[in-house]
Design a protein around this ligand. Structure first.
Ligand code: PEP
Length: 255
């Protein structure tokens, strides 16, 4: 059984003080869900105070970073190391988000190094893959996404892969209000799981959680989460408000 993972990616939003306020209200709203994991990925400046709050209150919320640098430390001005993220209380880290691929020219090879660094430091990487609108319209969605998956996972063992999370995020759905239909998303998730099975066998493929991301909101989360290969959501815009993120966290699958 894969425990659903409901993750909020705040991107470059919220000061540390705003994050603290949000966190208190979120915990109040979501209570203590036992059958799903809740994850917040705030900006770096909010990680340490939120990590302290989580430790103190034993809150059922996990903390993740939006990025890391693939080195243990050293002369990398402006970057952040895995040890810094662990010390702040992170257990997850997003790697290869399409905004980083697009604005910071991150390649699959560089993302592959980040995944290695994350796993070596007990941080669970959430690896983002997804096709552009042009690629989808040209019928290349599955080819593009499986090529990204192959390159990002090159050189990893089955044990490594069983311990990571993949997020399928079609670029045309991120921040646009346009969501993949549940059937389209399911079909892409099944293709990703088939790739994992080809690389490492069925058991590993069945252990990996594959999240959907791209304009997830309260109105569509239940049908998305009813698909057999959708194991959670990576939520941008709708994770910035307590009521919408709490409703997403409290999704009801099976409809
Ligand atoms: C994201 O940035 O990962 C994302 C899915 O954003 P949004 O939910 O706003 O489309």
């Amino acid at each position: 059984m894969r425990t659903p993972l409901m993750a909020g990616n705040w991107k470059m939003n919220k000061t540390a003080s705003e994050a603290i306020q949000f966190f208190d209200s979120l915990v109040e709203e979501v209570g203590n869900p036992v059958d799903r994991e809740v994850l917040i990925c705030p900006p770096f400046t909010a990680l340490y105070p939120l990590g302290r709050m989580i430790r103190k209150s034993n809150a059922p919320v996990r903390l993740g970073a939006q990025n890391l640098y693939p080195a243990e430390g050293g002369a990398y001005t402006g970057e952040i190391s895995p040890a810094m993220l662990r010390d702040a209380g992170c257990t997850y880290v997003i790697v290869g988000h399409s905004e980083r691929r697009q604005y910071f020219r991150e390649s699959n090879a560089f993302i592959n190094r980040k995944i290695r660094t994350a796993l070596d430091n007990q941080l669970c990487p959430i690896i983002c893959v997804g096709e552009s609108l042009d690629q989808r319209e040209a019928g290349q969605a599955k080819a593009v996404v499986t090529a990204q998956g192959r390159a990002c996972l090159d050189g990893f063992s089955g044990q490594d892969v069983a311990n990571l999370v993949i997020a399928y995020e079609p670029l045309w759905a991120i921040g646009t209000g346009r969501t993949a239909t549940p059937a389209d998303a399911q079909s892409m998730h099944a293709a990703i799981r088939a790739l994992l099975a080809e690389l490492h066998g069925r058991d590993v493929a069945n252990a990996v959680r594959i999240l959907y991301g791209g304009s997830v909101k309260p109105a569509n989360v239940d049908t998305l989460m009813s698909q057999p290969d959708i194991d959670g959501a990576l939520v941008g815009g709708a994770s910035l408000k307590v009521d919408s993120f709490a409703r997403i966290v409290k999704f009801q699958a099976g409809g």
